[in-house]
Design a protein around this ligand. Sequence first.
Ligand code: ACO
Length: 325
Amino acid sequence: MKKVGIIGLGECLPEKILSNADLEKMVETSDEWITTRTGIKQRRIASENEAVSDLAIKAAREALKDAGLSAADLDLIIVATITGDMPMPSTASIVQNALSAKKAAAFDISAACAGFVYGLSIGYQFIVNGSYKNVLIIGAEKLSAFTDWKDRNTCVLFGDGAGACILSEVKSGGIASIYLGCDGSNLNLLNLPAGGSRMPASEETVRNRMHYIKMQGNELFKIAVRTMTEAAQVALEQAGITFKDVDLIVPHQANSRIIMAVAKRLGISEDKIYLNIEKYGNMSSASTITGLVEAVKEGRVKKGDTVLLDCFGGGLVWGACVINL
Ligand code: ACO
């Protein structure tokens, strides 16, 4: 069977920083509450005229450069996002046009914070079955556009950003396992109620603030810990390795307490966990991939190392992937 791995990585984080001190002026909260409950110190916020595709395109260009490829080499572009530029066309189509990736097919996927790992699994299969050679996978979000800046339960959590990778056939290493899951019975715990066909936009939906993310954080917290623990175990089992063989775990960055609770349950030391939540908050589908990009840039992992990606998000969905860089 073909080996499929990451041959290029890129990211784009908007320049504007929104600190906990800034949020103290917007809602009734404190740096102390946000830091101790979530681990977040600041987050990046895209400018008003920046859409999610703008972040995705910059991350994609960096990944192409890193891979030594041009856009003409791309066969497929997958954008994982829950904050696309518009419902139609897909953000992937906008990226395809901006890059001039003329021969590439393109589509979006919606799997919230697990979107990047879902995207990896799709790209992986297209390469393994011989359909495509080079697949660009992007996790990108402009969550600030769907955040209720009057709701302290959610507005302290999210940030904007994008990460990208190029998947191709590799001679050694590559993706060793991918495990995906979904439990659609808990839709009420995390959703964005209006703007779709169930509740189209109207004056009433706007007045009732239904176009913003709604979340029951404390319920999700418990499910996230349990699910991310199980997902990590299954992905490792499927790869035929144990935690001792893993050099770094890059988890979805929703809450540092969730991540540390998962690490404790799995019996993993904290130095094997990559955290960037302090700088960026929760960027949904962009969190895991930018975590991987920055772990490589910082030298936390290098070629030949084994990384475990582990995500959980709205759906509820989850995904874990073992990859040898
Ligand atoms: N500042 C100060 N107080 C606050 C704030 C705030 N920003 N937000 C909530 N509070 C208050 C609440 O009102 C509540 O007060 P009360 O006891 O008087 O009612 C109190 O703090 C405790 O609230 P909890 O919700 O129980 O706080 P918790 O410790 O659970 O932390 C948090 C909340 C950070 C949201 C946490 O539950 C969490 O991270 N949950 C998981 C999120 C997650 O995994 N999401 C999935 C991925 S996201 C995606 O898919 C887009």
